[in-house]
Each structure stands twice: as C-alpha cells, then as structure tokens.
Design a protein around this ligand. Structure first.
Ligand code: AQP
Length: 328
C-alpha cells in the first residue's frame, strides 16, 4: 500500500523555505495518502553540535510548528525519530551495504563538512544512510523531496535495490514526490544560498514565529541588485526573483502575473508588498504556534501517540530484516 515518509530536523523554528518547500505539501499529502508518517528527526540534528536544552526545546517547538501548519495527528503519524530505536538499528545494517565513495560524493557532505572542525563527524558523513533507514523502515513508497534532497533519495533507491538483490525482494523502491510549490527559497541576505534554519545572519531567514515588524524589516533589508524595476529572472537577478517566488508561493499567483501587477513599483516599494503578503499568510500560523508552544503536555502527548503508531509499523519490518540478514 502507498505510504509517505518525511522528516524535518529540530534545529530551530522553521522558516519560509521549510514551509513553502516542504511543510505545506506535507499537509496536502495527508489528504491524498492513507498512510503518512512525519518525523522530527533529532538524530540527524546532532550530526552538528547542539546544546542539549535547546535541542529538547526545539523538538517541542518543531512539533508545535508542524501542528500549526496543519499537520493533523489524527491523519498522520507525527513522532520523534529517536523514540523509535529501529531507525538507528536499521541504519547500522544499511550502512554495511553502502560504500564510502558513494557517500563522499553527496553534495551535503561536501558543503557541511567544510564548515566543521576536522571535516565533521562520522555521523555527519553517514547521516544519508540514516535517512535511507528512516524511509525504508516503514517500507515507504513515496517521499516528498526538495531539489536539495534528490540525490539522497537516489541513494535510498540504490540501497533498497542492493538489499533486495542480496537478501530477497523486500523494500519497495521509493519514489520522489517533487514539491509542486517553491523548490528553493533563498536567503534574504545572500540570494546565492538557500534560506536555512542555522544561518547565523538573523536577517537572512523569515521564521514562522516572526512578528509583522520583524518580517517588514527583513524584507526591507533584503539584498537585491541595482536595478529598481521588478522582474522575474532567477538566473540573472536572483535577489528580486526570490522575492517574486516567495510572493508567488504565498499568493498562489504566477510570477509573471505578479510582475505585471507590480509594473511601476520600485523594488523598495515591492519589498513591502511582499512583506504584507507574507504577514497575511503567516499570522494565523504564528498565533497557533504561540498557543501550542505553551502546552507542553499536549505536545508530548501527540509525540507519544505518534511513537506508538510508528513502532507498530517499524518493529515487524525491522524483525523481518533481521531474519533475512541472519541476525535472528
Ligand atoms: N530554502 C529552502 N527552500 C525550500 N525548501 C527547503 N527546505 C529546507 N530549506 C529550504 C526543505 O525543508 C525540509 C526540512 O529540512 P530539514 O530541517 O530536514 O533540513 P535542511 O534541508 O538542512 O533545512 P535547513 O533549514 O537548512 O536546516 P539546517 O540549517 O538545520 O540545516 C526539507 O524537505 C528541505 O528540502
């Protein structure tokens, strides 16, 4: 039966990129698919240093944000990855089927390891295999992915095939569900890089909990070029085009239509138009995040229920894998 899996790291409050590129489609997928699992992937987040208290808080904050965006725990299984130990256990078995060169060529390792001392941890190196385990543990058939994750899904498909060839047909080969909405939202400070939770520049990232004043300020200071006309040309004018892309994603109107409507506006004026559209879109979400964040008991309860439901699927799959490999 079709089954969707996706995850998000508890590395801070999600931003417009996470929301428009991933979370918004998570909500629609719970209507389209009978079985949907969404995980707050805390084991992935410790591949780079995390403060323990902040991490604990971030898991609950992320849960509040997912619920506020419309993830419905009655329709999807929402859980914390580390509470289902089979993720790490299956990850170990699958890491024994994956070659070092295969991992060394993945773009995220190349990028993230450069910014870490000693090239980064072994965990950072093999986390794509843990991601493979996240997906295969539920025999998932569909995975919503952004551009940046396409190569990790290819790895998942390769590892699933390797396992099936070696031990017998077991894992479905999961397929990508390419995001219909915004593929890649860029930093407001540097339109050449993606918007990221852990970007140290505060003005680069619009978070779901930002106040209207903060949103206005961030868009006002968004980096664009010296041309004051509003056009959509991601190759040559990435800064202004990123704003048009954000505007398009929150309004549902095509970039060309928005450019037409903005004729005569200077970029400085257009930035405020985009800020207002974003504020209108995010305000109900922000208010719901604030309401939910205060209710730690409720959030923990949602995750506990999710853990039980996830383990019901994961345990028999993992047991079968162990038998096939010869560990039972
Ligand atoms: N800028 C983006 N535009 C569109 N989609 C994005 N995603 C992330 N950034 C953008 C999508 O969000 C989902 C969850 O991402 P994640 O938290 O698991 O890891 P990430 O991709 O590393 O996201 P961040 O925000 O950059 O986090 P940090 O700074 O902690 O590494 C994924 O589906 C991703 O495609």
């Amino acid at each position: 039966a079709p089954r969707v899996f996706s995850g998000i790291q508890p590395t801070g409050i999600p931003h417009l990129g996470n929301y428009l590129g991933a979370l918004r489609s998570w909500v629609s997928l719970q209507e389209e698919f009978g079985s949907v699992l969404y995980s707050v992937v805390d084991l992935h987040s410790i591949t780079v240093p995390q403060d323990p208290d902040t991490l604990r808080r971030s898991v609950l904050d992320m849960t509040a944000c997912l619920l506020a965006c419309g993830v419905n725990p009655d329709k999807s299984c929402l859980f914390q990855q580390s509470q289902v130990p089979e993720h790490a256990e299956l990850g170990w078995i699958l890491s024994c089927l994956t070659s070092m060169p295969r991992l060394r060529h993945l773009p995220q390792w190349k990028m993230k390891s450069q910014s870490q001392k000693n090239e980064g941890s072994v965990g950072l190196f093999i986390y794509p295999v843990l991601q493979v385990a996240d997906i295969l543990l539920y025999q998932s058939t569909h995975v919503p992915v952004g551009d940046d994750q396409a190569q990790h899904l290819e790895l998942t498909q390769d590892v699933a095939r390797t396992f099936n060839n070696q031990y017998g047909e077991f894992f479905p080969i999961p397929r990508a569900l390419m995001s219909k909405c915004a593929k890649k939202i860029r930093s407001l400070r540097d339109p050449l890089v993606k918007m990221s939770k852990s970007d140290p520049q505060k003005l680069a990232t619009v978070r779901l909990t930002d106040t209207p004043d903060e949103i206005v300020m961030k868009f006002r200071k968004a980096v664009t070029d010296c041309t004051s006309e509003v056009t959509y040309d991601p190759e040559r004018r990435p800064g202004i085009s990123n704003l048009v892309a954000i505007h398009s994603a929150v309004s549902g109107l095509a970039p060309e239509e928005l450019v037409r409507q903005s004729r005569g506006l200077e970029t400085a004026q257009y930035k405020l138009v985009v800020a207002e559209a974003v504020i209108a879109h995010l305000t109900p979400i922000r208010e719901e995040v604030h309401r939910l964040r205060g209710d730690t008991g409720f959030l923990t309860g949602v995750l506990t229920r999710g853990t039980h439901a996830a383990r019901e699927v994961a345990t028999p799959v993992y047991d079968a894998v162990c038998r096939m490999v010869g560990l039972r």
